[in-house]
Design a protein around this ligand. Structure first.
Ligand SMILES: *[C@@H]1O[C@H](CO)[C@@H](O)[C@H](O)[C@H]1NC(C)=O
Length: 302
């Protein structure tokens, strides 16, 4: 359920370069007299803050899910206990706050604070939602945005705002992050069922075993309404997992989820193509890398 550690930083630093174009309506020094080197440093700060918030959310997620492994190695809560794992997450969040404040940009503070709010709300909703909402694709996409895509979209937007870009360009940066994040999570949902090449066609099924209904099952439920009753009973009983997998296999749930991921990946790529033109080689290369990333998200298998 997460973006691989470090990938956000790559996206954000590429975005910083992709947006390093002259901004005509502003004085050359940009907003708040930021010099170019200061600008790059503050953009790197955003990347660090994003990683800290991401890792904090993983530490807290593992406590909530009672997970004993994280990407094949022991989780912090398994080794040190829940109390220290929660405090470690809180510590990272507090460091992120201090670092964020030092950028002295209230708009960016608001964006990143909203990310933390979205993360907490998304997680709370996942724990408490009534079944009618759990069956809604619309609601699922909102929750996915809150839990996964909000972090990368708002930090991409922050990169643009620090550079003094217009609201329009900032919104494009936001849309790139949002669509990339949604595509990433939809593929993650598929991999939870289908597994990776390394696991020989078997997913870990960790979402469904935790009672978390993701896009493939939601699509399968549209084709097989009988699945509603199974989902309502929950997945404490492993037989229900098998029944649900049976319906999923007969449905086009996996295929439709992949198509939805492709739609968002393509939207992200289109956003990059509509950025203000530039003939700077670094800018062009960074933009191409951001476009390539949208397709890599679709074909990744780990
Ligand atoms: C997403 O987050 C916003 C703000 O934190 C909240 O109002 C909304 O209910 C959340 N939605 C879901 C589905 O988590």
């Amino acid at each position: 359920m997460e973006v691989r550690h470090g990938i956000q930083s790559w996206v954000l630093l590429l975005m910083a370069t992709a947006l390093s174009v002259r901004i005509p309506e502003l004085p050359p020094a940009g907003v708040g007299d930021t010099l170019p080197t200061d600008l790059r440093t503050s953009q790197q700060r955003i990347a660090e803050i994003t990683e800290m918030i991401h890792v904090a959310s993983l530490l807290h997620d593992d406590v909530l899910d009672d997970a004993d492994k994280r990407r094949g190695i022991c989780s912090l809560n398994a080794v040190m206990g829940n109390k220290l794992a929660v405090l470690a997450g809180d510590f990272l969040l507090s460091r992120a706050c201090v670092s964020l404040a030092s950028l002295k940009n209230t708009e960016v503070v608001t964006l990143i604070a909203t990310v933390v709010e979205n993360l907490v709300t998304g997680e709370t909703m996942q724990l408490t939602t009534a079944s009618k909402q759990r069956f809604s694709m619309d609601y699922y996409m909102q929750k996915t945005y809150n839990k996964t895509a909000s972090l990368i979209s708002n930090s991409c937007k922050s990169i643009a705002i620090l550079a003094g870009h217009t609201a329009e360009v900032a919104m494009l940066a936001f849309e790139y992050g949002k669509n990339l994040g949604l595509a990433f999570q939809l593929i993650d949902d598929v991999l939870d069922f289908t597994g990776t090449s390394a696991s020989l066609g078997k997913g870990s099924l960790s979402d469904i075993r935790h009672g978390i209904i993701t896009a493939p099952i939601l699509f399968a439920m549209e084709e097989f309404p009988e699945l509603h009753a199974v989902v309502d009973q929950g997945f404490k009983n492993p037989a229900n997992v098998d029944i649900a997998l049976g319906f999923l296999g007969k449905s086009s749930g996996i295929q439709r989820t992949k198509e939805l991921a492709m739609k968002h990946a393509n939207l992200a790529a289109q956003v990059i193509e509509s950025l203000p033109e530039s003939d700077d080689a670094n800018v062009i290369r960074s933009r191409q890398a951001l476009i390539d990333l949208t397709q890599r998200v679709l074909t990744r298998n780990k």
